[in-house]
Design a protein around this ligand. Structure first.
Ligand code: GLV
Ligand code: MG
Length: 327
């Protein structure tokens, strides 16, 4: 292990993260009854400029009046380059009570963006004597943000997660996309003519692989959660599952739901299976037995178990416990 110890962020379930336009109060009420682990009330891109002020009022009213249960509640504020952001922060923290858990910062480009928000949030929290410190969710969705992703991930003790905002990322990098967060038929490889002869196959590739893998590394190195962003075709559950699975395989803890129908898909995909949990529990009990017997090496079913598998088993069992507690 390195001598540098990375402190993990506050542990939270983050399998599904539901986006809710704050301009629509009915949608906010419905979100409170949903099965989403995290709900983010959106003041940014889902809200037209003329509706920003009303959406902010809706958030304050919802925070004071709606029972959101145990789920994590977040607020997506407007970007730092807009005239709305300061008031999003000040009004909602001053008037919204203690219920809000997180602030989601869109289009983060540099370390300094997070630093600036940390300063503003700290001032408002201190001024009103807020008991609970707000955490930060950061959307990596620009070329600048991806270029600075390591520094951004480590920019504040408030940081809890990085999110891959694929729609804006495509716009920023001028990538050629079709469906938001989906594959592009042009991105793939043709098997080599010298080997495959006349029957060459075209294999579709994942054009978002680098971006997600890069974000996962930055997030994990900073002890925070990587979360995959939106999938645009809300009728295509199979497509959603495929994109969520590949994000989970790379290490993401969850995925956005831009429609309520995507919540259950995400919850199911990011919940460890019963076999995985049973295997993890078996690893931990084999380790405990080896300890009792004073053995250095741990084996299970004839195979040596290393420290990395024990750690993974602990994480998995802990996640299963959180899911059971969430009901
Ligand atoms: C999310 O904000 C995105 O741009 O994909
Ligand atoms: Mg975006």
């Amino acid at each position: 292990m390195s001598f540098t110890v990375v402190e993990p962020a506050t542990a939270r379930l983050n399998r599904s993260e539901l986006a809710v336009p704050a301009s629509n109060y009915r949608f906010i009420e419905k979100a409170a009854d949903s099965a989403a682990d995290v709900v983010f009330l959106d003041l940014e891109d889902a809200v037209a400029p003329d509706d920003k002020a009303q959406a902010r009022k809706n958030v304050v009213k919802a925070l004071n009046e709606i029972d959101f249960g145990k789920r994590t509640l977040s607020l997506r504020i407007n970007g730092l380059d807009t005239p709305y952001m300061y008031r999003d922060v000040v009004d909602v923290i001053e008037q919204g009570g203690e219920r809000l858990d997180l602030i989601m910062i869109p289009k983060v480009g540099t370390y300094a963006d997070v630093y600036a928000l940390d300063m503003l949030v700290t001032q408002v929290e201190d001024a009103i004597g807020r008991d609970k410190r707000l955490g930060f969710e950061l959307i990596i969705e620009t070329a600048l943000g991806m270029a600075n992703v390591d520094e951004i991930a480590a920019a504040s003790a408030r940081n809890e997660s990085l999110h891959f905002g694929v729609a804006d990322y495509a716009a920023s990098t001028k990538a050629r996309t079709t469906n938001i967060g989906g594959p592009n038929p042009l991105y793939g490889v043709l098997t080599d003519a010298a080997v495959a002869g006349a029957s060459r196959d075209f294999h579709w590739g994942d054009m978002w692989h680098y971006a997600i893998a890069r974000m996962v590394v930055a997030a994990r190195a900073a002890g925070i959660r990587p979360v995959d962003g939106p999938f645009g075709d809300i009728r295509d559950a199979e497509g959603y599952r495929a994109q969520a699975n590949r994000a989970a395989v790379l290490g993401c803890e969850g995925k956005w739901a831009i429609h309520p129908s995507q919540i259950e898909l995400a919850n199911a995909l990011f919940t460890p299976s019963e076999e995985e949990i049973a295997r993890a529990e078996a690893i931990l009990s084999a380790m405990q037995q080896a300890k009792r017997e004073g053995k250095g090496a741990v084996t299970l079913d004839g195979r040596l178990i290393d420290i990395a598998s024990i750690k993974q088993a602990e994480v998995l069992v802990d996640k299963a416990r959180q899911i059971a507690e969430a009901g």
